[in-house]
Design a protein around this ligand. Structure first.
Ligand code: BTN
Length: 259
């Protein structure tokens, strides 16, 4: 496999960032990078500290789901201390950072599905989980968790094969995880530093969403909405137009694209 040995030194040497990924905590195997990131953040870890694992045994997905994270994938969590005003932009920032990095390293075209799945040819290649803790109205920490299916044969994982893909399955060759991680850290920092400048991240994220203009159903807990995904608000929520003309603003949920 190409570029598959990860080590803090290999990741950080000459990494062109000021703080994202300048400290890497690496594990060959662990439960979940989110757990370690949370512990580190509570103990005061510097902004930009990255936790990376070759394999997770209890990877966490959105909506309390399990995230499969075997060897060959990327499992990465980054600790941030953003201003509360930027919290809702982290979802957009993370999905754009992944899409840009995949495109730069592989030449594949990446799509973003609301709110923050990254797809290749309509199938999920990356999942993103954002967790944060507030103290009064101040963000104590936020963690961006990114899982990318890099060098996996999806035929080995029949339970997710219908909806998921990997970079190696799409390309027919392995991809350097090291190169992808380094690129991802640079992109996360570039986009994070650009947040105070205004709406560019929101606009690019909105324009990249494969969801908009499509007939969708959105599931949030026990509630299911159907309609046309009309737009997204600046806080990241989805605006869904129903057949009776009414509009629902949806903050979180799972989207299924209809024909
Ligand atoms: C999703 O449900 O789509 C989100 C999946 C997020 C997975 C990543 S892998 C790195 C980090 N550690 C975890 O346990 N989850 C996130």
């Amino acid at each position: 496999m190409v570029g598959n040995s990860l080590s803090p030194a290999a990741i950080t040497t000459n990494l062109e960032t000021r703080f994202i990924g300048q400290r890497v905590i690496y594990y060959p195997s662990l439960t979940s990078t989110m757990e370690v990131a949370k512990r580190e953040a509570r103990q005061g870890a510097a902004e930009g500290t990255a936790i990376i694992a070759d394999e997770q045994t209890a990877g966490r997905g959105r909506m309390k789901r399990v995230w499969l994270s075997p060897k060959g994938s990327i499992a990465l969590s980054v600790i941030l201390h953003p201003d509360v005003a930027y919290l809702s932009s982290l979802v957009m920032l993370a999905s754009l950072a992944v899409a840009h990095s995949i495109e730069a390293v592989t030449g594949l075209k990446a799509q973003v599905k609301w709110p923050n799945d990254v797809l290749i040819n309509g199938k999920k290649v990356c999942g993103i989980l954002i967790e944060s803790e507030m103290r009064r109205n101040i963000v104590d920490y936020a963690i961006i968790g990114i899982g990318v299916n890099v060098n996996l044969k999806l035929s080995d994982f029949p339970e997710i094969q219908p909806i998921a893909t990997s970079l190696s399955d799409e390309l027919g060759r392995d991809v350097s995880r090291l190169e992808l991680i380094r690129r991802l850290l640079v992109e996360i920092e570039r986009l994070y530093l650009s947040l105070p400048a205004g709406g560019a991240i929101y606009e690019e994220w909105r324009d990249r969403l494969v969801t908009l203009g499509r007939k969708v159903s959105v599931t949030w807990g026990r509630t299911k909405y159907e309609g046309i995904a009309e737009s997204v608000a600046r806080d990241g929520s989805l605006l869904l137009r129903h057949s009776d003309g009414s509009l629902t603003k949806i903050v979180a949920g799972d989207v299924t694209l209809r024909e």
